[in-house]
Design a protein around this ligand. Structure first.
Ligand SMILES: Nc1ncnc2c1ncn2[C@@H]1O[C@H](COP(=O)(O)OP(=O)(O)OP(=O)(O)O)[C@@H](O)[C@H]1O
Ligand SMILES: [Mg+2]
Length: 283
């Protein structure tokens, strides 16, 4: 499904260009007409996305919309064309190691944690800077210091996310991309991860790929929605989630249950499977 009309509508209103007298901050990362073709398959064909220089920007969309591919394209993990301007530097021609060197940290969908290694070993493997910021990581996540010698595979899902996000903070990154950090986690753990992300976002802006709308509502001021490999909506998260019809159309679920309290109770979950949209919205 594509919905260019909502993108157009949005463009006519708030998304592009500051209103007179109300200067919008320059995006830290601006994607324009991002395209990805893999084995002849057009996976992305027109992703536009602005990541704000502070706080959390959400990247939303149903399963298979192209969120992970967008994250991978930013990191140079898949071939891409288009403009990917990061703080004045064009990423489009850069291989992954040079994207990383620009200061972009990536916490992938599968977390990429070595289960058989300890917390300390997992962090050590992520060291890139000559002077890794252990003070910051331990200040934000004291749990990681306490559990330094524990095998990462024995941590809770929330603690594993601390390792995944902690790794990105160890190096002085200027942007963190977190791909579905709450995927597969129990509701109680989701609220733990929300805390982890909120703490991290005070220090470094985050592009958050997420399907848990309660979490998104709590953390992200702005959002971009993808469908079928292209951007179909950009705007304020609160506005989108307040609009039951638009949420249903763009995200496949109703947004009424996605309240802040739901993050704690888990009642806002699941926002993810399209197949269960009826079940989610009918209760
Ligand atoms: N390497 C690949 N080869 C072929 N098809 C791919 C490849 N990577 C992704 N796709 C397809 O591209 C589409 C977008 O995938 P992507 O993983 O980016 O979606 P997503 O929005 O992250 O979905 P999810 O919510 O399930 O994580 C899907 O239809 C997927 O099957
Ligand atoms: Mg994905």
């Amino acid at each position: 499904m594509t919905d260019d009309s909502s993108l157009t509508r949005h463009r006519e209103t708030a998304a592009d260009g500051p209103a007179p007298g109300a200067a919008a901050p320059e995006p830290l990362l601006a994607l324009r007409d991002l395209r990805v073709v893999i084995d002849g398959l057009h996976i992305l064909h027109g992703v536009d996305l602005d990541v704000a220089p502070t706080g959390v920007t959400a990247l939303l969309g149903r399963n298979g919309a192209g969120k992970t591919t967008t994250a991978k394209a930013i990191m140079g993990l898949v071939p891409r064309t288009g403009n990917l301007l990061f703080d004045g530097v064009e990423l489009a021609g850069l291989p992954t190691h040079l994207v990383v060197r620009q200061g972009i940290g990536y916490a992938p969908e599968d977390r990429g944690i070595f289960a058989g290694l300890t917390v300390a070993e997992n962090l050590r493997l992520a060291e890139r800077d000559a002077d890794p910021a252990y003070d910051l990581v331990h200040e934000l996540f004291p749990e990681l210091r306490k559990r330094a010698r524990q095998a990462a595979g024995t941590l809770s899902g929330g603690q594993q996310q601390m390792v995944a996000i902690g790794r990105t903070l160890l190096n002085r990154n200027r942007l963190i991309i977190a791909d579905e950090p709450t995927k597969g986690l129990a509701p109680k753990i989701v609220s733990e991860v929300a805390e982890v992300l909120a703490r991290a976002a005070e220090r470094v802006p985050i592009l958050l790929v997420e399907q848990n709308l309660a979490l998104v509502r709590r953390l992200a001021g702005r959002c971009t929605v993808l469908a079928d490999g292209r951007t179909v909506h950009r705007g304020d998260t609160a506005d989108l989630l307040a609009d039951e019809e638009a949420s249903r159309r763009l995200l496949g679920v109703g947004s009424r249950r996605a309240s802040v309290a739901d993050v704690q109770s888990g009642a806002g979950e699941p926002a993810r499977p399209v197949e269960s949209a009826t079940e989610v919205t009918s209760t």
